[in-house]
Structure formats: C-alpha cells, structure tokens
Design a protein around this ligand. Structure first.
Ligand code: RUB
Length: 319
C-alpha cells in the first residue's frame, strides 16, 4: 500500500536527519538515501509486486522531498529504483538489495579514484583554501598526504552552520597545518593560496558549480588573484535535468540559522534571507575533478550525456 504507515522507520528517520542536516553533504546524503531504500525493501510485507513497487516509490518520494539542491539524492534514488526487476516480491527485494550494495560500493570507489586525481593536482608544500565540508575534497587531500605531500590549509568557517569546523578537524587529523578563518577573511589570505578546493552539490550542463553559499564569491576572488579553483565532485553530482534546460533549485533555509529569534526581535522589523547554496559560473573554475578524471567545466556536458543519455526519468513521481 502506498501510505505513510508502510514506510520503514529507517526511511522516515533518514528523511528527517537529512532535512535537519544531521546527515549532510551531497555524497553522504546519497549513501544514506540508498541504504534507506534498501531497508524499506528488505522489511517490506507487500503482498504483490505492484504493492512493493508503490511502496518503494513512496519511500523514495519522502527521501526526495527533504532537500532540493544536491542532485546526488535524486541520482541515488533513480539508480536504485531503475534497477528494480523481477516478477515476484522476493525477486524485487533481491534486486533492490543488489542495487543498493552496488551503488554504495561505487560511491566509495569513486571517491577514492577522484581523490587520487585531485591529489595529483596538489604539490608538496602547497597551501589550499576550503569552504564548507566536502568528503570529495577531503579525499583529494588524503590522497596527497598519503603521497607524502605536506599541505597547509586556510579553512573558512562557513556561516551560518560552520561546516568549516568539521573540515578543520578532519584536515588536522590528516596532518595538515590548519588555520580557521572567518569567511570574510578569505581575500586577505588568497595571495598565499595555491588552490581553492571546494566540493559540489550539483554541476549543471554548462559547467556551473552549485555549492555552499559563499563559494561563488570565493571563486571570483580567487580568479582575480590568479589562484586556481578546483572542484572535487563525483559524477553523481552531475545534474542531468540541466541538459534539457532545467535550473537547479537553491534551498532556502530557516532564518533562525542566521540570527536567533530574540536577537531578531531586538533588531526590529527585518526580512532575513538564508540561501544555502549559490552558483559559480564555469569561467571561475579551473577544473572539475571526478572519478573519471579532471575536466574543464565547459566540457562536463559530454560526460553528462555519456552517463545519463538525453532522457531522464523520475521513477518516484509515478503514483
Ligand atoms: C554541503 C556542501 C558540500 C557538498 C559536497 O552543504 O555544500 O560542499 O555537499 O559534499 P550542506 P561532498 O552542509 O548544506 O549539506 O563532497 O561530501 O558530497
């Protein structure tokens, strides 16, 4: 039955953890969503294949509607649902289990491969600057460090949620010499920086990079100062609908992330905007590093066509 009562708790809990950002970052969200679909399939008591399919689609819808910007989420749901095959409930269940395992395995391998390519771009003694927290970026730094390179990092704290603190901790654990700075201090230090290194939530067909709010200003400043901008993004971040003219929705989050209600009341009658992401045009990006190698942003559409074809379906939308 296609009702919320049949949703597995792992689906509802994963969905609320994504919405509340306890699970965050594009790759981690994709992994969690795929696993939640796996849990739904495994625990299903559907009496017929039709019921099973409807149940899986309902679960995918709940997961899909949590956050709108990271395309890794719909890409993960699509991958799992399109692999559903069989004529009995048991066969369908097994096909989902296989597909989830394949997806999560690929995600991990892709990050390792991407890390090696990104790591090759970094030289011993380089200084990087990061924004937000990206597991794809960390993979690049890890690969460089494993190659024996010593790195220094300026880590932007990343208002309003300070994901830079996670990056600072993880880079320190890797042995990188870390300096945490407020976002506004970036330009002050960019002269000392060899690479700005950021992740992506989505990459559009024209090579635009959608990532944490503040990325585009950082990239423009970096270009102005002659500093390389590298985007570390597995191909699961490629946004297939942008090939047919769709734009990427930018998530607007709660005003309380910017300022607490009591402080807001003291300030007076103001509007607060809190966009979570922004769009960096391709001309400010030197390379997009994926598990398939590095690409100039303008050529990413070729890879996108190869991976997704021209037509993209949203199987969770069928009721
Ligand atoms: C996270 C963010 C990250 C990308 C890439 O935003 O912008 O740079 O998601 O992360 P939020 P990864 O904290 O709002 O989810 O490389 O881990 O996929």
């Amino acid at each position: 039955m296609n009702t919320p009562e049949t949703l597995h708790t792992e689906v509802t809990e994963t969905a609320s953890a994504i919405a509340e950002m306890e699970i965050r970052g594009a790759a981690t969200i994709a992994d969690a969503a795929a696993r939640a679909l796996g849990a739904q399939a495994e625990a299903s008591t559907a009496a017929t294949p039709e019921e099973f399919r409807a149940e899986l689609r309902a679960a995918a819808r709940v997961l899909h509607d949590t956050r709108p910007t990271a395309v890794s989420l719909p890409n993960a749901l699509r991958y799992v649902l399109l692999g559903m095959e069989g004529t009995t409930v048991e066969e369908l269940q097994n096909s989902i289990a296989r597909r989830v395992a394949a997806f999560c395995g690929q995600l991990e391998r892709a990050q390792d491969d991407l890390g090696r390519f990104g790591g090759n771009r970094l030289r011993d003694g380089d200084t990087i600057m990061t924004h937000c927290h990206s597991t794809d970026v960390i993979a690049c730094v890890r690969a460089a460090v494993e190659d024996g390179k010593e790195l220094t990092a300026y880590v932007r704290e990343t208002r309003p949620r300070n994901q830079g603190h996670i990056t600072a901790r993880e880079l320190t654990e890797l042995g990188v010499d870390v300096t945490l700075i407020v976002d506004n201090a970036a330009r002050h230090y960019l002269n000392d920086v060899d690479h700005v290194l950021v992740g992506a939530d989505s990459i559009a067909a024209d090579g635009s990079v959608i990532n944490k709010i503040g990325t585009s200003g950082l990239a423009v400043n970096a270009r102005d100062m002659g500093t390389q901008v590298m985007v570390a993004a597995q191909t699961i971040k490629l946004h297939p609908a942008t090939m047919t003219g769709h734009t990427v929705e930018i998530e607007e989050r709660d005003a309380t992330e910017v300022v607490a209600d009591d402080v807001r009341a003291e300030i007076g009658d103001i509007r607060i905007n809190n966009p979570a992401f922004d769009v960096t045009p391709p001309r400010y990006v030197d390379a997009i590093v994926t598990e398939r190698g590095q690409f100039p942003p303008e050529s990413i559409v070729i890879l996108m066509r190869e991976l997704f074809g021209e037509r993209v379906t949203n199987p969770w939308e069928e009721l």
